[in-house]
Write a protein that binds this ligand. Sequence first.
Ligand code: FAD
Length: 464
Amino acid sequence: SSTLVWLRNDLRIADNPALAAALKNEEPIHAVYVLETDRALRPLGGAAKVWLHESLKALNDALAERGVRLSYREGQSKTVIPEMIREMKAERVYWNRRYDPAGRAHDASLKKGLKADGIAVESFNAALLVEPWDIATKQGTPYGVFTPFWKALRDKLIADPIGRAERHSEIKPPALDFGKPPFWANGILERWAVGEEAAKRVLSGFLDDLLADYPNDRDLPRKRATSEMSPHLRFGEIGPRQIWFAVRHLIASNPSMANAGDKFLSELAWREFSYHLLYHRGDIARHSMQERFDEIEWRSDAKALHAWQKGQTGIPIVDAGMRQLWRTGWMHNRVRMLTASLLTKNLLTDWRKGEQWFWDTLVDADPANNPASWQWVAGSGADAAPYFRIFNPITQGEKFDSRGDYVREWVPELRNLPDKWVHKPWMADVETLDKAELKLGITYPIPIVDLSTSRERALETLKR
Ligand code: FAD
């Protein structure tokens, strides 16, 4: 007999409880990744698929070294998994949990069916610091607000520290061939090193070189100041427990890092909070957490949406962010907020349209973080930014990209503009524009929306 490990968003060897449990059985292990085509499950976006492809290649090599064979299948997992069980003559199936409502329902029904056939099925937690059902308010209800959630999470983990992740090494060589990635994937592949080993390197580099300045610099989009761990976390190439442990360990040996370490872990806790919401609030990619938001008459302006998607809105920091996303599959957090605010507030576009675009273009497109963050910006979320908070992309740009370096990097048309105008080229005089060889409306768009009248329109609509 053998054990089948169904890998999903846990593409790593270290701290992988399903894999660890399989190893304990001391019988052959077979691992499978299924690109699921079940209608009820949200299909992966394009950029995420590129990442997945690379990540599976890296994992395949790592597993092969340990004598575990990884298979790749496409189809409905409710058919593929039983097929694999028959082929492998497996008596056990292990996987790590997922938290989206459709995925959970799917796994529960598969588990029931397999158990009825006499297969032992076990599921584990690889993705979260604490399971969503293991953390609750004093009243026993789920959290709806981030800060008390973070406090409770922190207290819980300090009272009951996470041990160093177990190491596993002993686990035959397969050949995975998914063909070539699409031509547009080059920007992504050049930008990122994918896989568990890369994830570990990124974490230790961040802790050594960047963590100390994280609280001060994390909002500056041009600076390499954040961890850039998000796609690694998204695919489980590294788990949050490993990060938590590494940071705590660092603080213990170097107490001067306590504040910075805590700030960083509190950001990681936003991810936990998003999963808490995903688990307790159901389909947050489809429904506004505050129902009244689903009564808003959103504008439907295909041209404006397209300009936003392609980084052609005429608002420099927004265009810079959208182009960074398109080219690299990632965007800085501050700029994600600004681009999302422009779309949902100034352009009064349904947040779901933005969420879907990000889902398709982000390498870290995450079933919890993406919808939860979009709803946070739109103001429809649980822990909502009040709807009347509308970011001003000019003042935000001047504050967080004061010399315009980020804009110049991604919007080279504006390269020659003096700092003073780089976030608002339409306000510069003709002479300045001429000198900068900028022809507004020709080489770079005039803003597609007037920031102040659209702000008023948004306030009025949302108030109603
Ligand atoms: P760091 O600052 O180094 O943070 C470390 C980790 O903590 C991140 O990798 C992430 O897992 C978590 N984290 C940090 N900030 C947040 C946050 N605000 N919310 C939730 N988790 C956070 N993040 C995703 O992982 N996937 C998404 O699809 C996603 N979509 C977003 C959409 C919008 C509109 C906005 C405003 C934010 C979105 N975020 C998303 C959150 C955040 O922008 C990214 O997690 C962050 O920019 C990733 O960069 P980093 O790894 O360098 O972050």
